[in-house]
Write a protein that binds this ligand. Structure first.
Ligand code: GLU
Length: 508
């Protein structure tokens, strides 16, 4: 019988969600939606030492911003809750007992000092079948002694009793069969009495089983844990319903040399987090895609292609198209280079697709940040200004550089253009030009241009000098959109004021 697809994204709230974690969440989501399955968000907070306040809220906000929908989770609820591991202690305790009762696990009292001593005595020491017989645990101690220590409140851990010499096979949808000999594995700690919490390994397996997870889709860094997980499913007697493993390729540094890290972002100037993160302890701020002006659709599209392709060279895909085409058949095993320039390219493309009115709305906070009140201009004006320059931008922020002159008159004029284009006769010619424009029945760009060009020729003026001097006066420099589009949008009076101001200032 085909199993219902149920996947989970299972972050630990130990800090901001890294962009690699976002990609894992995205692939889980795409796969779930592709197969009409369920997407679970499970908070794996059993490591109380590493808990960071605000991290869970950050995860929720980041996923919501990107449009990665969750069907079951702490906020969403669901039939398999609680979805936060720290609220599932009873369940874990019961499962630890199951393993102890059937001899698959044992209690160990070794103190950190004792473990340290064992390591010092034997350089490659590992707590396993070859060494457990010499340690202080329930396999080497009489039962009444074990009971006495526990009753006395002595701290202990529960360890998984790994049988040596077995080939453990991990079936992975991307990597195929990965076989490892159980002798290399150590007797992993599954539970600690000190905080009455399980470790990641136990909690993860118990929850995946109880939540009826069908596919475990996670980063490649978890592949080394997978053999242990396979053995745990067997120890619980759940081998028949073990989820299908899928270990996603690593995200690599832009040059392909090693794993992408938080420091690469700082070093090379791009965010490695979806949202800006304010570290509650150090106060350090890490930049985020959202605050840098990325559209969530662009980030999703960019991330989707880091390790997967649709089977052809289609690049621009909406979330729905990604869902329709997603499959692990086209996931690579090799790590995916984090090509940040490509990320910018996606953002550029998505900004071009955005309706101008939406782009104008996104631009308003940027205007404010530069001291311009958007309310001083009509929406129509802002929309048309933005539309004229948008082909030049990668980020909403870039609109300022290209459209600022629509909102703020130049106070300085590009020196080299003034030198090249401005002469003694320029003021008179520009005034003549303005008179000509004023006399036109309309400033419709095509007609205005024809008229002005005709007039320049008729008068024998130098086309480049006149038009560039005009541009310098209005824009401040020799670049920008088509001059007659600018004139039409700004209107005669505003343009005339700028020409007069330029004549005044450049003279001085
Ligand atoms: N809590 C683990 C993490 O932080 C989950 C790994 C897994 O998906 O099994 O990534």
């Amino acid at each position: 019988m085909e199993r219902k697809v149920r996947v989970r994204f299972a972050p630990s709230p130990t800090g901001p969600l890294h962009i690699g974690g976002v990609r894992t969440a995205l692939y889980n989501y795409l796969f779930a939606r592709r197969h009409g399955g369920d997407m679970i968000l499970r908070i794996e907070d059993t490591d109380s030492q590493r808990f960071v306040p605000g991290a869970e809220a950050y995860i929720n906000e980041a996923l919501a911003w990107l449009g990665i929908g969750i069907d079951e989770g702490v906020k969403e609820g669901g039939a398999y809750g609680p979805y936060k591991q720290s609220e599932r202690r009873d369940i874990y305790r019961e499962h630890v007992k199951m393993l102890l009762d059937n001899g698959k696990a044992y209690i160990a009292f070794d103190t950190p000092e004792e473990l340290e001593a064992a390591r010092a005595a034997q350089p490659n020491f590992q707590y396993d079948a070859s060494t457990r017989g010499n340690m202080r645990n329930s396999l080497t101690m009489p039962a009444d002694e074990v009971k006495r220590l526990i009753d006395n409140g002595e701290k202990y851990v529960v360890r998984f009793k790994i049988e040596p010499g077995r080939d453990v096979v991990v079936n992975d949808l991307i990597r195929g069969k990965v076989t490892i000999n159980s002798s290399v594995l150590d007797d992993k700690v599954l539970y600690k009495s000190a905080d009455d919490l399980p470790t990641y390994h136990l909690a993860n397996i118990v929850d995946d089983h109880l939540m009826e997870v069908s596919h475990v889709i996670r980063g490649e860094e978890w592949l080394p844990s997978a053999p242990l997980h396979v053995l745990l499913y067997e120890a619980f007697g759940w081998a028949d319903t073990m989820p299908q493993f899928v270990h996603l390729p690593l995200l690599l540094k832009p040059d392909g040399k090693g794993k992408l890290s938080k420091r690469d972002g700082d070093r090379l100037g791009f965010p490695v987090f979806p949202l800006e993160w304010h570290d509650p302890k150090s106060g350090e701020i890490s930049s985020g895609y959202r605050e840098r002006g990325y559209l969530p659709e662009a980030v999703v599209n960019f991330l989707a292609l880091l390790g997967w392709n649709p089977g052809d060279d289609t690049e621009i895909m909406s979330m729905q198209e990604l869902i329709d085409r997603f499959s692990f058949d086209h996931c690579s095993r090799a790590g995916a280079k984090f090509d940040f320039e490509k990320g910018k390219w996606f953002n550029h493309k998505y900004l071009q697709e955005l309706p101008d009115a939406e782009l104008a709305e996104l631009f308003k906070p940027v205007m404010k940040a530069h001291g311009v009140n958007p309310d001083d201009f009509s929406d129509d004006y802002i929309i048309r200004a933005v539309a004229m320059v948008k082909s030049r931008i990668n980020f909403v922020e870039d609109l300022w550089e290209h459209a600022r002159f629509f909102f703020v008159a130049p106070e300085e004029y590009e020196a080299k253009s003034v030198k090249k284009r401005w002469s003694e006769d320029t003021p008179a010619i520009l005034r003549e030009l303005m008179a000509r424009l004023k006399a036109l029945p309309s400033l419709e760009p095509k007609g205005a241009e024809e008229d002005i060009i005709g007039w320049i020729q008729e008068r024998g003026y130098h086309m480049g000098n006149v038009m560039n001097a005009f541009r310098v006066a209005v824009v401040g420099e020799c670049k920008g959109p088509h001059m007659f589009d600018i004139v039409e949008l700004m209107g005669f009076d505003a343009v005339n004021d700028r020409v007069e101001a330029a004549i005044e200032r450049i003279k001085a």
